[in-house]
Design a protein around this ligand. Structure first.
Ligand code: PMP
Length: 432
């Protein structure tokens, strides 16, 4: 009897509610038993297709055998020393590989940490140490993490900031362009000028941080012209240009870093998530002269650059090369986009299908009217899809965007199966 209750999603969810802080949200009331590539089986034996990828972590799929093998081999040697105490080659090799991949001709250096928010925190610290300035500019709708500084940078109040202030000072938000919602490229550029006029002089700004494609914000793609403008602005005023590639990085968009599509080389890049296929590691990669600004001891962390996660990250790069996953991201993205666009033509609740490479989303609004974002329909579609065996995630300022972060290693047949469930779920939710 007790064992049966243990294997039941509802009973486990009741225990979760009793034992875990309410602030840890949940998308689905499903407890996983095991997973393989782009499929999951829950504790009741039900099978799901995974279009969420652990929120952009599983570009190389669940339990990728190459990654699992690399981690097992490392586990047999040692699992922790703290890199600042006793060094190991894999940290150095990973840094070398990331330095070589980062865009721009100058010398690069890398810092490894554990989470995305920690990478962003450190990028800001490095920019401040380099410039001796306090200010940071980020963008509306952006997401950079849940720690105090990254929460301050984040441009969405509910649920990320509400009740958690005061936030760090000298953080300002420019407008992220969004054609569907009436924010033009020029509006974005003007908003930067307004910040320099109204809030802080450019000579006191240490960094501008932007996601090349907003993740939590709704898969809004930053126009290349904006990234080029930011590059010029940063050059003009000695500001450090940080690209937050925590969601876009590790090949999701068809290039290792999404900013490569624009031809712009930022000064610093933050990455995490899919760089190690499910093992906790994050990085700041950038211009060596900037990366070297903080004094020894100013950067690091007990678990930063954990050896198991370093082994996983190196294995992820191996899988990308062997399986040509950058090309796969392009092809998979086209397949997803075509299928969602066909849906948009049939159903007037789909206001837009957008994305870059395999980072694809659709925005749901009543009658395609951007002023009537349909968060309820979005929730209903995700719930209906789960009932039909597909794990979906929503995002967006208005909670009305369905995003797809399926492993790049998923087969076309599995993609098509998942896409058919999206179409059926949308129709069922509309009919309800
Ligand atoms: N930046 C971006 C762009 C992200 O998408 C996220 C996570 N969703 C973060 C930062 C924070 O990463 P973490 O949750 O690992 O702290």
């Amino acid at each position: 009897m007790q064992r049966e209750a243990h294997l039941n999603n509802a009973a486990l969810f009741a225990r979760r509610e009793a034992a875990i802080a309410r602030g840890v949200g949940h998308s689905h009331q499903i407890f996983i038993d095991r997973a393989e590539n782009a499929e999951i089986w829950d504790v009741e034996g039900r099978r799901y297709i995974d279009f969420a990828g652990g929120i952009a972590v599983l570009n190389t799929g669940h339990c990728n055998p190459v990654i699992t093998q690399a981690v097992k081999a490392q586990l047999d040697r040692f699992s922790h020393t703290c890199f600042q105490v006793l060094a190991y080659e894999s940290y150095v090799e990973l840094a070398e590989r990331l330095n070589a991949k980062a865009p721009g001709d100058c010398a690069k250096k890398t810092l490894l940490v554990t989470t995305g928010a920690e990478a962003v925190e450190n990028a800001v610290k490095i920019a401040r140490a380099h410039t001796g300035r306090p200010g940071v500019i980020s963008f509306s709708g952006g997401f950079h993490g849940r720690t105090l500084m990254t929460m301050g940078l984040t441009g969405k109040v509910v649920p990320y900031k509400a009740g958690f202030g005061p936030f760090p000072g000298d953080v300002f938000h420019a407008r992220f362009p969004n054609a569907l919602h009436g924010v033009s490229l020029q509006d974005a550029i003007d908003s930067l000028e307004s910040i320099f006029k109204n809030d802080i002089e450019p000579s006191r700004v240490a960094a501008i941080i932007i996601e090349p494609v907003q993740g939590e914000g709704g898969f809004n793609v930053a126009p290349a012209a904006l990234l080029q403008h930011l590059r010029a602005l940063c050059n003009q005023h000695g500001i450090v240009f940080i690209a937050d590639e925590i969601q876009t990085g590790a090949g999701r968009t068809g290039k290792w870093f999404a900013i490569e599509h624009s031809g712009v080389a930022p000064d610093l890049i933050t990455m995490a998530k899919s760089m190690a296929g499910g093992y906790p590691i994050a990085a700041v990669v950038g211009r060596a002269d900037i990366m070297d600004a903080p004094n020894p001891g100013g950067l690091g962390g007990t678990y930063a650059g954990n050896p198991l996660a370093c082994a996983a990250a190196l294995a992820v790069m191996e899988v990308f090369e062997k399986e040509n996953l950058l090309q796969r991201a392009e092809d998979l993205g086209q397949r997803l986009t075509q299928s969602l666009q066909a849906l948009a033509q049939r159903l007037d609740c789909v206001a837009e299908v957008r994305g870059l490479g395999a980072m694809v989303a659709m925005e749901l609004c009543q009658g395609r009217d951007p002023h009537r974002p349909d968060a309820n329909l979005t929730k209903a579609v995700c719930a209906e899809a789960a009932k039909r065996g597909l794990i979906l995630l929503s995002c967006g300022t208005y909670g009305n965007v369905i995003r797809i972060l399926v492993p790049l290693t998923a087969s076309d047949a599995l993609l098509d199966e998942g896409l058919a469930i999206i179409a059926a779920s949308l129709e069922a939710a509309l009919a309800a």
